[in-house]
Design a protein around this ligand. Structure first.
Ligand code: ZN
Length: 229
């Protein structure tokens, strides 16, 4: 894909083979992502797969006793399970940072993937990376301190959104790192006291990225290295 092609800001689209991108391009639609837009509602049929170009999309998975949160930005895609025909009745997907995305009808994406072994392998590789990251995050949440996990989460979210300004509440962060909201507030206050971050109600700014990396657990390095492969 040429660097100026629509969608080139998204890593997955950029890494498609020329043939796969040519077959997909006529079906891609550029859409704006506005803060709090709901892309997938629980138990509702979703019709699109999204490739963010800028901004952040939050994937909330609702379990019986807790909610987990994964953030997806321009490195990835949203809706891969739906594209594969897997129902996701426990997922709610909403915009966490304004931006834009290319989207394609899920049924059309499935047709193209069925026709192309290289497109299938590309998507399988992404799914494996997602699962590996999810396993790493689960391990992190069970082993490391709230402060280290919060620093790791803020760095990852900033990387994916391409911005040091994050629109996140303590409640969202608590879901992302599997911690109590009150513990997130204590950890965020500690990071702010050391001038690593600042925040108002739902707007958080990373002030000292290098300082935050020193606080984060080694899981940040492991995940960042994997993303670069
Ligand atoms: Zn960790």
């Amino acid at each position: 894909m040429a660097a100026t092609s629509p969608g080139s800001q998204n890593r997955l689209l950029r890494e498609l083979s020329r043939e796969d991108y040519r077959s997909l391009a006529p079906h891609l639609q550029h859409v704006a992502l506005s803060l709090h837009d709901v892309l997938v509602e629980r138990n509702k049929t979703n019709h699109h797969v999204y490739f963010p170009l800028a901004g952040l999309i939050g994937v909330h998975t609702i379990f019986a006793d807790h909610v987990s949160l994964d953030m997806v930005g321009k490195e990835g895609m949203v809706g891969i399970f739906i594209a594969a025909g897997v129902k996701t009745p426990h997922a709610r997907i909403a915009v966490q940072g304004s931006g834009s995305a290319m989207r394609v009808a899920a049924a059309q994406f499935r047709i193209l993937a069925d026709r192309s072994g290289t497109l299938q392998r590309h998507m399988h590789r992404y799914t494996c990376l997602m699962l590996k990251h999810s396993a790493q995050t689960s391990r992190c949440n069970g082993l490391h301190t709230v402060e280290a996990r919060l620093a790791r989460c803020l760095l990852e979210t900033s990387d994916r959104g391409g911005s040091r300004e994050l629109r996140v509440t303590h409640e969202l962060l608590a879901a992302a790192i599997a911690a109590r909201r009150s513990n997130v507030t204590v950890a965020a206050n500690a990071l702010r006291f050391r001038n690593l971050i600042d925040y108002t109600r739902a707007r958080l700014t990373i002030i000292d990225r290098q300082g935050l990396i020193k606080v984060a657990c080694g899981c940040y390095g492991a995940n960042a290295t994997e993303k670069e492969k």
